[in-house]
Design a protein around this ligand. Structure first.
Ligand code: SAM
Length: 204
C-alpha cells in the first residue's frame, strides 16, 4: 500500500468517509496501540484525530478517562455510539488540530494513530507535548511513512518525528513495512513509523 495524496486536509472529505456505513478503519483498536498499552489503567488519555472511536473506546475499556478529538463531528458521533455499545463513556471534542490547545500537565497518555497532520500543525502540536503530558506521561504514535518525505512533508519517517518531539525521552522509535488490516481503508502493506515517548521530567 502506498500513501496516496488526496484532499485529506478537508473536513468534508472525512465527514464523507465517516458517513459511509460501518467503520472505515474497523471497530477494533490499532494493533500497535493494543500492544503498547495493555494493562488496566487510570488517568487521563487524549486521542488525537480519533475518527470513529476504535482507539478511544479501547482506552476507555482499559480504565482511562478518554477525550477524543477530531474535526469530524460525524466521526465523533459514531465514536460515542461505539462507546455506548461497549458500555464505556468517552468525552469528545470537535476541534481542528490547527488551533487545538493540549493544555498543561493535563494528560497521562496522548495517542496519535494515523493522525497525519500537515507539517506545520504537527510541529505546533509536538512542541506542546512535553508540557501537556504529566510527569511519566506517554505518547503512543503510529503514522504512515513516505520514504522520500522531508520534515516539511506530511508522512515523515521515525527519525524526523522523534527529533520534533524533543525534549520527550524516546522509548521506542522504529519504522517498518507491515500489513494493515483495519477496516476497508487500511488494508495491505504500508510503511509506518511507531513511536513511544515519555515525559521523564519530574513534577514542576
Ligand atoms: C486516517 S484517519 C484516522 C482515524 C483514527 N485515528 C483511526 O486510526 O481509526 C485521520 C483522522 O484525522 C482527522 N483529521 C484530519 N485532519 C484534522 C485536523 N486538522 N484536525 C482534527 N482532525 C483531523 C480526520 O477527521 C480523521 O478522523
Amino acid at each position: 500500500m502506498t500513501v496516496k495524496p488526496r484532499n485529506v486536509e478537508s473536513r468534508a472529505f472525512w465527514d464523507g468517509r465517516f458517513s459511509e456505513p460501518g467503520y472505515a478503519y474497523g471497530d477494533q483498536p490499532n494493533d500497535f496501540l493494543r500492544a503498547s498499552c495493555q494493562e488496566m489503567a487510570s488517568g487521563d488519555a487524549l486521542s488525537l484525530c480519533e475518527g470513529e472511536g476504535r482507539n478511544a473506546v479501547y482506552l476507555a475499556r482499559l480504565g482511562y478517562r478518554v477525550t477524543a478529538v477530531d474535526f469530524s463531528e460525524i466521526g465523533l458521533a459514531k465514536a460515542r455510539n461505539l462507546a455506548e455499545r461497549q458500555g464505556v463513556a468517552i468525552a469528545t471534542t470537535v476541534a481542528d488540530l490547527a488551533d487545538f490547545d493540549l493544555g498543561i500537565a493535563r494528560w497521562d497518555l496522548v495517542v496519535s494513530i494515523f493522525a497525519q497532520p500537515p507539517s506545520a500543525i504537527r510541529r505546533r502540536l509536538y512542541r506542546q507535548l512535553h508540557q501537556a503530558l504529566r510527569p511519566q506521561g506517554r505518547l503512543i504514535l503510529e503514522s504512515k511513512v513516505d520514504v522520500n518525505a522531508t520534515a516539511d512533508d506530511r508522512y515523515p519517517g521515525a527519525q524526523i518525528l522523534r527529533e520534533e518531539m524533543a525534549p520527550l525521552s524516546i522509548l521506542l522509535a522504529r519504522e517498518q513495512e507491515r500489513e494493515l488490516q483495519e477496516g476497508r481503508y487500511h488494508l495491505g502493506m504500508q510503511r509506518t513509523a511507531q513511536i513511544v515517548a515519555l515525559n521523564s521530567r519530574g513534577p514542576q
